[in-house]
Design a protein around this ligand. Sequence first.
Ligand code: GRF
Length: 195
Amino acid sequence: MADTFSIVVLISGNGSNLQAIIDSIAREQWPIEIKAVISNQSSAYGLQRAHAANIAVEVIERKQFTSRAAFDHALQTSLQHHNPDLIVLAGFMHILAPEFVQAFNNKLINIHPSLLPKFKGLNTHQRALDAAEKTHGCSVHYVTTELDAGQVIAQAQCDINTDESADSLQQKVHALEHELLPKVIHQLSQNTKNS
Ligand code: GRF
């Protein structure tokens, strides 16, 4: 289909966000094709989710390569081969090299479990609790050369209850992520169509 918007999803683990994307596309019948799921971990459960949905999978692991540059190059080559309209980082645990980010300028988005610019990096739920925040949430942002610092596209937020734990907060934020990320992908696909 000429006006099908294509994406590639990069994962490292469970892939619950990948599942949310797969389910939303099917449920809403959006003209969006997931061309491939690429994981940098062969054990990632998300690979099974992709298999179950008949999506092509690729495993590109750092340990297969002698250098980080060689790994980045393999990933870049694969993405250039698929040539998607958008590359979605959904729990992809690898910091991309500047050359890589520049090669896919404005085509890379990431889901991050905090209300950016607060709590870049890891352990965001515990850090939000430690900082006595009243609200927390997630952000979808463009990927730039600086970690978790690219332009925020959309956010979703929840209250932090007085008896909240990092685990309960993580569950709440995950539920928000599963709504937000597919919506943003759909919105971007619509913007492309209308531009
Ligand atoms: C999510 O919390 C996402 O915000 C972060 O990594 C986690 C991935 O979860 N970047 P999953 O693999 O999609 O279940």
